[in-house]
Design a protein around this ligand. Sequence first.
Ligand code: BGC
Length: 584
Amino acid sequence: MTQFVLPTPTAKRRFDSSDANWWRQAVVYQIYPRSFQDSNGDGIGDFQGIISRIDYLAKLGIDAVWLSPFYPSQLADGGYDVDDYRDVDPRIGTLEDFDELATKLHERGIRIIIDIVPNHTSNRHQMFKEAIAAGPGSPERDRYIFRDGRGEHGELPPSDWESTFGGRAWTQVDDGQWYYHFFAREQPDLNWHNPEVKEEFLETLRFWSDRGVDGFRIDVAHGLAKDLPEILPTQEQLDALPHDGKHPLWDRDDVQDIYATWREVFNSYDPPRTAVAEAWVHPDRIPRYANPQSLGQAFNFDLLKANFDAGEFRQIVTHNLKLAKASGSSSTWVLNNHDVVRHPTRYGLPPSKHTAGSVLDNEPGPESEWLLSGGEHPHLDREKGARRAQAATAFMLALPGSAYIYQGEELGLHEVVEIMPAERQDPTYFRTQATQIGRDGCRVPIPWTQARPAFGFSTAQAHLPQPDWFANFSVETEEADSGSFLHFYRAALAWRAAMEGDETLQWCEDLCTNDVLAFKRPGGWVCVTNFGAEPIELAHAASEGDASLNADNVVLSTQPLPDTPAARAVQIPGETTVWLRAAQ
Ligand code: BGC
């Protein structure tokens, strides 16, 4: 139950199509197109489905949508195995549908970001087909990473490297050579030393920029540049190498040469196209990707990986704001995406070193066993998880920088565990012989209504099974409940749009404790989060004469507040965030 103390302002997005800085404090809503809305009854979401939900998106109060890959794909990795970067999967629509979507989003003041996957293509991409047909030593083969095998007849892979999705990172082709793939075998890694590869992506960036795309999310941005020695190290040796810019595979300094050429393309448009890097690198190396000569912004996944803990959150915020400043970018904040366990579920589980449960870092959290079981977790407290998720979201949305939210997050959806082996899609599940569950549980199609067969997502069964409890989290159900997650997200985004000001934050030291974080933003805004289980009172600050902290200045609270006489100190229940604004 959320209590909104004041009526929310009308969403007032500052839309100016010529604004080159729109992304700096934007709220970006990630759509996983195959799971958002189906319009033609095939159980797979599509562009016309998204178009039919633009009112919903506008009412939510977001600034941009980011579309996960919608390109033709055999779906070996949820569309991150791209057959053609300049086309649309016919199950999702056509290029004309894309144009209609972009135009209609723009008409409503919503920008559009698309996902570019440059580390690898699919094995059905024209370039890979040509590489296979042309044979060893050919210029076509040079576009990918081919090697001869070891052993008397080359029957052993060139090295013992493992794919992050499980199994070998090398696959042998009919003529005996092997190609490298960090992900699934259907995702051969590109050789970024090759000029044709470079040209292919410059053309792709121009193609979509010309179609009106406002920005790009760059998949595995830290992986493109590679420098493999003649004698390959073992996996153990590889893992032991420092990530100092010279690692053979990851976060090499020379990857920036690629982005310098991309920057020229971005800046040839008015306003310049933006980009955000998905770079799983040491936080201190993030500015290399986030500076204006490179991609301009980079994801910071620290909050997503953190426990619900005041100390962890404070350290992360302080450090990332410093990094953003050093790079001339704004920080990004993320609590959910299509790769991790949803945040109400994470926060409802006992604290862990790997709460995000990401399969990408190859370190499954202790919750993996439960996820694999498909049953109810003995220690999962769903209400606590939901309470904390709302408090964390309100904390995140008050921070300077841009916030990325993932479809279904605004409904408070939990991770879906009830997916039978035969219904699973994530390659991780199959490549690890079902010892890692993968990411299907956060990719189940959105429930719009309470009705089967697919809760308004489709007239057919959804491509991933939706559990019965989805009815309680449907948009229809939540619309009717003023205390729902949906109403909370709308209110928080509307108030956030009213938060004007620069990208600074000032901690209220007299209020921060082991369990409490409080910070001020320009314009008289104060955000207080009680991470602890016990209620607190802001009496001390009030007695210091800080008028902004009076109960009558509360504009939003993630839990109902006890009745307090006007102009008295605010009492904040456990696991709750409150926003206050001093009368101006
Ligand atoms: C994407 C994943 C994808 C992988 C390979 C990632 O970082 O977010 O969903 O499986 O890249 O493209």
